[in-house]
Design a protein around this ligand. Structure first.
Ligand code: AMP
Length: 281
């Protein structure tokens, strides 16, 4: 695997690959790779000739009191995992490459829909940081395909919208959520959980599944279902952020006659915020 740390060097290598007719698949990450990330690489390998993974812990998408400084950085282990799955290229820029003029004066990409509610409500500015960094990465890598996980469902929906609105010439490929055996969605932030919290953390998925099953059986009292799921999460020792039955496309509250529904949820442990979702179709 070749590792590139500068925009100039990776651009020049990819220009050469494209001249040879190679299709580029791109997997953006913040590192601390787990099997969920590796499945994204494998999916990329099915449709592209050269796979680029990026690792960049993007300060722009973290709030002031969030976990940017303690976010797990495990470069050596990440490289070994990428090598084991035969990833071709790692782009590993530093802050100076990505934000040479500083974070404060960085030109931003703002998506005006879907960014203010659900995770956006408790993480103001988060999605602006995501759309800005992904725009920059798309301009640097210029991939044919970008592979994103459904685990971050709201992020996925927003990035679909951004790519459409700004005419980025890239196809987004969606990867299913990779889970631990108790249903907990794999996440770098799972390492923040205490032993007891980890033992009970499958509750988020369990409660989302409970809501999804009820809806499948014809229950359309979404508010009551959300309320009960919140109670369950609370009882398991976590602080619920939200449980929302949403239209899968707009991410607005689902109407009772909506066919395409996704149930999204977020909860806090003592030092971790976890998210998950289930789509009914
Ligand atoms: P992250 O490094 O956590 O920012 O995630 C990078 C990419 O991996 C995003 O597209 C995520 O949605 C995806 N991802 C993270 N965890 C999972 C998972 N458990 N299953 C599938 N995709 C995931």
């Amino acid at each position: 695997m070749e590792i590139f740390r500068t925009i100039k060097s990776i651009r020049s290598m990819l220009d050469g690959a494209r001249l040879q007719g190679k299709k580029v698949g791109f997997v953006p990450t913040m590192g601390n790779l787990h099997q969920g990330h590796i499945e994204l690489i494998k999916l990329a390998q099915k449709t592209s000739d050269i796979i680029v993974c990026s690792i960049f812990v993007n300060g722009l998408q973290f709030g002031l009191h969030e976990d940017w400084d303690k976010y797990p950085r495990t470069f050596q282990a990440d490289c070994e995992k990428l090598q084991a799955v035969s990833c071709d290229v790692l782009f590993y820029p530093d802050e100076n490459q990505m934000y040479p003029n500083g974070l404060g004066s960085q030109t931003r990409v703002i998506c005006s829909s879907m960014t203010e509610y659900l995770c956006g409500a408790s993480r103001p500015g988060h999605f602006e940081g995501v759309t800005t960094v992904v725009s920059k990465l798309l301009n640097i890598i210029q991939p044919d395909k970008m592979i994103l996980g459904k685990k971050d469902y709201q992020q996925l929906a927003i990035l679909h919208r951004m790519v459409e609105d700004l005419c980025f010439p890239v196809n987004i490929v969606e990867a299913d959520i990779h889970r631990e055996t108790d249903g907990l969605a794999m996440s770098s932030r799972n390492s923040y959980l205490t032993i007891l919290e980890r033992h009970n953390a499958g509750q988020l998925h369990k409660s989302l599944r409970w809501v999804a099953d009820k809806i499948r059986l014809g229950d359309r009292n979404f508010t009551a279902l959300e309320k009960e799921a919140i109670r369950q999460i609370h009882e398991a020792g976590f602080k619920p952020d939200y449980i929302s039955v949403c239209n899968s496309k707009t991410l607005e509250m689902a109407e009772t006659n909506d066919a395409d529904i996704t149930v999204l949820g977020a909860m806090y442990g003592s030092s971790a915020r976890l998210i998950d979702n289930i789509s009914l179709n």
